[in-house]
Design a protein around this ligand. Structure first.
Ligand SMILES: [Zn+2]
Ligand SMILES: [Zn+2]
Length: 133
């Protein structure tokens, strides 16, 4: 273990691994804020980012981080969006909107495209399943 300065408050803390960039105090604070945001979103499904921030006192940037980390899903909250890092279009997940992502991925390998299969394999599976029995 190595000592490092917390990126948030500057306190010295034990850096357990390279993913942990804040001290335990800040992590705990984040957790409390996370629960506040999550609870609020469960009750106010049509809330916007700024309404959530106002009501919970949690920074918009932190809420966005929760979403990007996958801790908060925006599936049930259609008005919860934030600007694309590149063009500013409102998005609900990741860093970039679809067109920007496409642009960024151009030139990269097309393996990702290959993974995006149409959702038509379910029936086939079912069919084979029945035949097996
Ligand atoms: Zn800290
Ligand atoms: Zn964009």
């Amino acid at each position: 273990m190595a000592l490092a300065n917390c990126k948030r408050c500057g306190r010295l803390y034990n850096k357990i691994n390279s993913f942990v960039e804040s001290c335990t105090v800040c992590i705990k604070e984040d957790d409390e804020k996370f629960f506040q945001v999550r609870d609020y979103l469960q009750e106010q499904r049509r809330a916007t980012m700024y309404e959530v921030s106002d009501a919970t006192g949690v920074d918009v940037s932190l809420i966005i981080r929760f979403i990007r980390e996958g801790r908060i899903t925006t599936v049930d909250n259609p008005n919860l969006n934030f600007p694309c890092d590149s063009c500013g279009t409102p998005i609900q997940q990741d860093r970039y909107c679809k067109p920007c992502k496409d642009k960024l991925q151009k030139g990269l390998s097309s393996t990702r495209e290959a993974l995006r299969q149409p959702e038509s394999t379910g029936k086939k599976h079912d069919y084979f399943h029945k035949r097996d029995r």
